[in-house]
Design a protein around this ligand. Structure first.
Ligand code: HEC
Ligand code: HEC
Length: 259
């Protein structure tokens, strides 16, 4: 191959741009969108991170390892922040620091940027008014949207901007498949023999706070409890397609997605 002066100078310009970008752009990943970096980052991820975060980076709820495809939209993480978390770990959790090179760290960030989910893309059109009715009938008891509804489940106001259609469908059809932090189901019996079911809001070695099924926030000392059981079944009922058809679900999502 003959290297012409022209191709050499455009190469130098590229290198200069690359350096300027990494020196100036505090929050920018110099490897963002770079196909080879994404590929290498994915391989590193499978080797070093997948045991905890899952092969698809969608998290493993039983060990509280978060879904890394949602952190960009949900927690507005910047590339620089994610870089620092991977390098330094999260003190007080099982997320370890990683002794990786600068390039390896940016490759991982590039992979995670590529895997980012930014919400429902191409939501099929549906009937917003019908969706509102269905939401009121089936969901509002536990979920808030557009300022009304319960608090046993997460607020769904911007859910279509945060999760993919596939992920939302799974949440509705198989709610127990992945239960997020703040919604872990719990059954306990109090010192006065009252049996309560709810979601665990917070906990330390001695006490816990539970939002019970009637959506009252209750605090307990663990030593006062007769029993405490962590359940695998979500408090959200699974909606089969016989109970809520795919079209009806699309109507609900259109309602949630509407301004
Ligand atoms: C031993 C299990 C484990 C391993 C291995 C692990 N993580 Fe984590 N990671 C966690 C846990 C648990 C958290 C949640 C920490 C917290 O906030 O309490 C976490 C948090 C994170 C976060 C912050 C997410 C957010 O939204 O705040 C990022 C980013 C992350 N991990 C990336 C990685 C990458 C990349 C690797 C591999 C290089 C990796 N982790 C390896 C368990 C692990
Ligand atoms: C009896 C209460 C209850 C009802 C009724 C209910 N949910 Fe839920 N929902 C929950 C709880 C609790 C969670 C959190 C635990 C989990 O993910 O399973 C949840 C989680 C979800 C999530 C995941 C949210 C996230 O942040 O990822 C979606 C989506 C959802 N529900 C949609 C619906 C829809 C749509 C309906 C009505 C068709 C509905 N839910 C009815 C209690 C309920």
């Amino acid at each position: 191959m003959r290297i012409t002066v022209r191709s050499l100078s455009s190469f130098i310009v590229l290198v200069l741009l690359f350096c300027a970008n990494s020196a100036l752009g505090q929050n920018a990943n110099p490897l963002e969108g770079n196909g080879r970096a994404i590929y290498a980052g994915a391989a590193l991820f499978r080797a070093q991170c997948a045991t905890c975060h899952g092969a698809d980076a969608k998290g493993i709820s039983s060990i509280d390892a978060p879904d890394l495809t949602l952190m960009w939209a949900e927690r507005q993480r910047s590339a620089q922040e994610v870089y620092a978390i991977i390098r330094d770990g999260v003190p007080g959790s099982i997320m370890p620091p990683h002794g990786l090179t600068d390039t390896e760290l940016w490759m991982l960030v590039a992979y995670l940027q590529d895997a980012a989910v930014s919400g429902v893309i191409g939501l099929p059109e549906g009937d917003v008014n019908h969706g509102e009715q269905l939401f009121t009938q089936h969901c509002a008891e536990c979920h808030r949207a557009k300022g009304v509804g319960g608090a046993l489940g997460p607020n769904l106001s911007v859910i279509t901007k945060r999760r993919s259609l596939e992920a939302l469908t799974t949440s509705v059809r198989e709610p127990s498949a992945l239960i997020g932090r703040g919604y872990k189901p719990l059954t306990l019996v109090t010192g006065s023999d009252e049996e309560l079911q709810g979601v665990l809001k917070s906990e330390d070695a001695f006490s816990l706070q539970l939002l019970d099924r009637n959506q009252r926030l209750r605090a307990f000392m663990k030593s006062d409890l007769r029993s405490l059981q962590r359940d695998d079944e979500s408090l959200m009922p699974a909606f089969s397609s016989a109970q809520l058809s795919d079209d009806e679900l699309i109507d609900i999502l259109n309602y949630l997605d509407s301004p």
